[in-house]
Design a binder for this molecule. Structure first.
Ligand code: EPU
Length: 419
């Protein structure tokens, strides 16, 4: 099994390119199911979750090809299988995103229930409730969601909790529904906005994405289009935090500062100099130790839960004491237990991690438990004294494009080993 071996102590310096956003690419790939013609996607990141989604779509009958420029061509004109089976869904919860498109276009979907995961229970009740309200008949049996509908109808639906993939699923379903749908308390994440742009390029009529009320006027059919996936703000943020932790200076290009405002504000508070320009962000910590920063996660535009683990890593070696409060998922502190094994002084009380910065972490064998937890262990490894061996890095490969090459290019000592 692959592991990452990291020798800590190098100061990161240089430039790295942000890949396309995983959490935009996945719903956009699912949305290609809605089109009667070919969609061409550029800036799709090279990730396990993307490969899994392509396998899922391929099994349904979507014809997928990758051209010499690495653009993905998806042709859903001959889809004949409407099932998302357990063997794929269990490896990637985002498979639930095919529910809305399949139901809207083909009136039929059998999608395995994702179940719990390492960061919490993560139910999909709102996806199901919303589609029921749109007129779908849905039963949950033998671990599968069986959904049927003639034509979905437009509704006014207020989501009880802000949910990113829930908003995306209902927005996709509404594009082909009869009449107008109003989604209230919608997620405002940039990835929801990117999906709305893609849907509108296909001929959908979506307005208000990026606000908490999304209005969709249903149309009879959607056609193929071209789309460039937006940059990954979480990957961008991860490299910037690495710069701050190592006292380094890193510029991330092909990204957008406006996607990361709460993260950049926290980096400034930690003592880093943050400069931004057209398509780039640079963090310079000028060989200093960061100051610890308090974090409260919440849906966009507040501080993203997907950057929480990386800031626990920063706080673990920063000057001072700070709290990290996780408000989105109930069990997202698994990385803290691993960091404690590296000498971090972090205590967990309910959904709060109290971080007392230590001068130096020490290397230890550690285990990745979920995607962002793994990233935070890489950051910890980059500053720890000695060689850190991270096991179960398939979690990292789900969401970080070429992580060891990108960190190596910045001067990090990191390599993949097979043991
Ligand atoms: N929730 C419900 N019922 C639902 C749906 C969600 O109670 O039907 C609750 C969840 O249990 C959670 C909260 O609502 O407590 C928010 O969850 P949300 O549905 O927004 O999460 P998600 O859509 O499953 C996406 C990202 C996650 C990211 C979260 C929050 C994708 C593919 N995944 O998940 O990304 O953490 O939004 O921003 O977009 C990651 O990339 O590492 C990752 C986990």
């Amino acid at each position: 099994m692959d592991k990452l071996l990291i020798t800590g102590g190098s100061r990161l310096e240089g430039e790295v390119r942000a890949s396309g956003a995983k959490n935009a690419a996945l719903p956009i790939l699912a949305a290609t199911l809605l089109a009667e013609g070919e969609c061409v996607l550029s800036n799709v990141p090279h990730l396990r979750d993307v490969t899994t989604t392509m396998e899922l779509l391929g099994r349904m009958g979507v014809v997928l090809t990758v051209d010499e420029r690495m653009h993905i061509h998806a042709d859903a004109s001959r889809v004949k299988n409407f099932e998302a089976p357990y063997d794929l869904v269990k490896t990637m919860r985002a498979s639930i995103l095919v529910l809305g498109p399949l139901l809207a276009r083909f009136g039929e979907a059998d999608v395995s229930l994702p179940g719990g995961c390492a960061i919490g229970a993560r139910p999909v009740n709102l996806h199901i409730d919303g589609m029921r309200a749109m007129g779908a008949e849905i039963s949950v049996e033998n671990g599968y969601i069986h959904a049927r509908a003639k034509r979905l109808r437009g509704i006014r639906y207020s989501m009880e909790t802000v949910t990113v993939t829930g908003t995306e699923n209902l927005m996709m379903a509404a594009t082909l529904a009869d009449g107008r749908t109003l989604l209230e308390n919608a997620a405002r994440e940039p990835e929801v906005v990117d999906l709305a742009h893609f849907l509108n390029s296909m001929g959908a009529r979506v307005q208000g994405a990026g606000t908490d009320t999304i209005m969709v006027d249903g149309v009879d059919c959607l056609s193929g289009c071209k789309h460039h996936v937006l940059p990954d703000r979480i990957e961008t943020g991860t490299y910037l935090v690495a710069a701050a932790m190592t006292g380094g200076r890193v510029r991330v290009r092909d990204t957008r500062a406006d996607l990361l405002e709460p993260v950049l504000a926290k980096l400034r508070e930690s003592g880093a100099r943050v400069d931004t320009g057209n398509g780039w962000i640079e963090v310079d910590m000028d060989r200093r130790r960061p100051r610890s920063v308090n974090i409260h996660t919440a849906p966009h535009p507040a501080f993203p839960t997907d950057m929480q683990a990386q800031f626990c890593a920063l706080n673990s070696i920063a000057e001072g004491v700070a709290t990290v409060t996780e408000n989105v998922f109930e069990n997202r502190f698994m990385h803290v237990l691993e960091m404690q094994r590296m000498g971090a002084d972090i205590q967990i009380e309910g959904n709060i991690a109290i971080c007392r910065g230590v001068e130096q972490l020490t290397a230890a064998p550690v285990m990745a438990t979920d995607l962002r937890a793994s990233a935070s262990l890489v950051l910890a490894g980059l500053v720890a004294e000695g060689d850190t061996l991270i096991d179960r890095i398939y979690h990292i490969d789900r969401g970080y494009d070429n992580i060891e090459e990108k960190f190596s290019a910045l001067g990090g000592v990191i390599r993949r080993v097979h043991t």
